[in-house]
Design a protein around this ligand. Structure first.
Ligand SMILES: [Zn+2]
Length: 269
């Protein structure tokens, strides 16, 4: 990657995870073994900034998942405190569908000033289009955007057909279908999710699993105006993920869109 290439773009990381310092290593290793991937870092806020500053990231969408309903409030206040400490962070909160009071949990994350909800059906162990998850969408539709993890090689909680089903039931829900709509299920994602209104895509955690030609083809199918670049930190380093992105050979206008403009427009920032 050339310096000049880098300097002409404003870069927003639309998908990054952060963990509290005291549990970061364990949390990161846990996710790494879940996906069979060697994590690039342990995932503290400081490490995120260090990794991102190598490519001049301007803003980061940061999130963290509650695997138990009672963790949601403390994780959300953790994300909030990180956003206070690092003004470049844009926090998305976590909700667990098994919560005894989903409405209260969403009220709380809104009160903290978090800008959206991030769900990870496979890690949180629920079907993305289950009745309980629908309660969440019903509340946030028209209020907060959703970033949802899509696709898993083993579990079936977030398959593209479930994401399509969410859209069918909540057409006004503004959502980002992570990992080009279906980690390891890209054929199906392409068929079911391309062209859906209010559904955007991040391209994080995809480069290692397909050719550059295929990446480009998928992004074009979804529309370069509908895709956001993201690192999925601490899964990958910002530098390698951005280098891979430039190898797709999009025009500088498309690069600008995907690296920051689409995302800013989506969040109204
Ligand atoms: Zn994620």
């Amino acid at each position: 990657m050339e310096r000049e290439e880098l300097e002409q773009y404003e870069i927003i990381d639309a998908h990054a995870h952060i963990f509290p310092d005291n549990i970061a290593r364990a949390a990161s290793d846990n996710i790494g073994s879940f996906y069979g991937i060697n994590m690039k870092s342990s995932g503290t806020s400081r490490e995120l900034i260090e990794s991102g500053s190598r490519i001049n990231v301007k803003n980061y969408l940061v999130c963290s998942a509650a695997t138990k309903p009672q963790q949601a409030a403390s994780i959300n206040s953790f994300i909030h405190s990180c956003c206070e400490e690092y003004p470049s962070f844009i926090g998305f909160g976590t909700v667990h569908p098994d919560s005894e009071d989903i409405e209260r949990d969403i009220e709380y994350l809104k009160r903290l000033g978090l800008k959206g909800v991030k769900l990870h059906p496979d890690l949180q162990k629920f079907d993305a289009d289950s009745k309980k998850a629908f309660e969440i969408y019903e509340i946030i539709e028209g209020q907060l955007p959703l970033l949802i993890h899509c696709g898993d090689p083993v579990s079936k909680h977030s398959l593209p057909e479930r994401i399509a089903n969410i859209h069918r039931n909540f057409p006004k829900l503004r959502m980002i279908a992570a990992h080009l709509g279906g980690y390891r299920h890209w054929e199906e994602a392409e068929q079911l999710l391309a062209g859906l209104e209010n559904v955007k895509f991040d391209i994080s955690s995809t480069f290692a699993f397909m050719t550059r030609k295929r990446s480009r083809e998928l992004i074009e199918k979804y529309g370069t105006e509908n895709c956001f670049w993201g690192s999925d930190f601490p899964m990958w380093s910002h530098y390698t993920e951005l280098s891979a992105f430039f190898e797709l050979g999009f025009s500088s206008q498309d690069n600008k869109r995907i690296l920051s403009e689409n995302f800013k427009e989506f969040l109204g920032i």
